[in-house]
Design a binder for this molecule. Structure first.
Ligand SMILES: Nc1ncnc2c1ncn2[C@@H]1O[C@H](COP(=O)(O)OP(=O)(O)OP(=O)(O)O)[C@@H](O)[C@H]1O
Length: 202
């Protein structure tokens, strides 16, 4: 279970107070207007923004004092998620320890690439992909890493129609089946209705 207990975040003269509980396998959508603090909360979970007071707990253990590299958190930022100088396949491998996924993990990656329609792109460089293709590759890498908390900042913004539906369904099912925790930011009420088990409106 992931819990924010009297969590207080500050940026400049802005302050946010968060209290929520997210059970394993469940998805929390963060909604709200631009500047309302959605990214700030994701960054605090990842350890990139300091916590002013209160606690973030995973299964009762505080994450709050841990630096980002020691947190069990896999993050998809809004931008800059792929390394431009290496091929898509190598970008996907970088999600795993020493950049070397075991055979089972790699076949899971390949199955996800086929399912989300990016399996023909593995030998390309990121600069040779469309925005939507880049987003799907980065999404696969972020979600299939083993970390028990996944945070996604507007993960479907470059996708629409069938691609969006398929990607959202896939993420939701991955999180549910592996009993991890997902926080994602969206501006689309449809995304919340389809995939959120809980909603935090900021
Ligand atoms: N590095 C920073 N230093 C100081 N203030 C910041 C910093 N980053 C963001 N802010 C401010 O914190 C507030 C919340 O920003 P945040 O990015 O969390 O909002 P958001 O809800 O994710 O917005 P958007 O939907 O536009 O991405 C804003 O007022 C923003 O200007």
């Amino acid at each position: 279970m992931l819990e924010a207990r009297q969590l207080v975040l500050r940026r400049g003269d802005r302050q946010w107070n968060h209290d929520f509980v997210l059970e394993p396998g469940r998805t929390l959508a963060l909604t709200g207007p631009s500047g309302s603090g959605k990214t700030t909360l994701l960054e605090a979970v990842g350890g990139f923004v300091p916590v002013h007071s209160g606690e973030l707990l995973l299964a009762g253990t505080a994450l709050t004092g841990l630096p980002p590299e020691q947190r069990p958190v896999s993050t998809l930022f809004q931008q800059h998620n792929l390394f431009e100088h290496i091929r898509v396949a190598d970008n996907l491998k970088l999600g795993f320890r020493h950049g070397r996924p075991d055979a089972a993990s790699w076949s899971q990656v390949l199955a996800a690439c086929a399912h989300l329609g990016v399996d023909e792109l593995l030998e390309r460089y990121p600069g040779e992909l469309s925005g939507g293709q880049r987003q799907r590759v980065a999404l696969i890498r972020t979600v299939l890493r083993p970390q028990v908390i996944v945070v996604l900042d507007e993960p479907f913004s470059a996708l629409d129609g069938d691609n969006r539906q398929r990607a959202g369904d896939w993420v939701h099912q991955q999180i549910r089946d592996s009993r991890r925790h997902l926080l994602f930011v969206t501006h689309q009420p449809d995304d919340t209705a389809r995939w959120a088990d809980e909603v935090l409106a900021l």
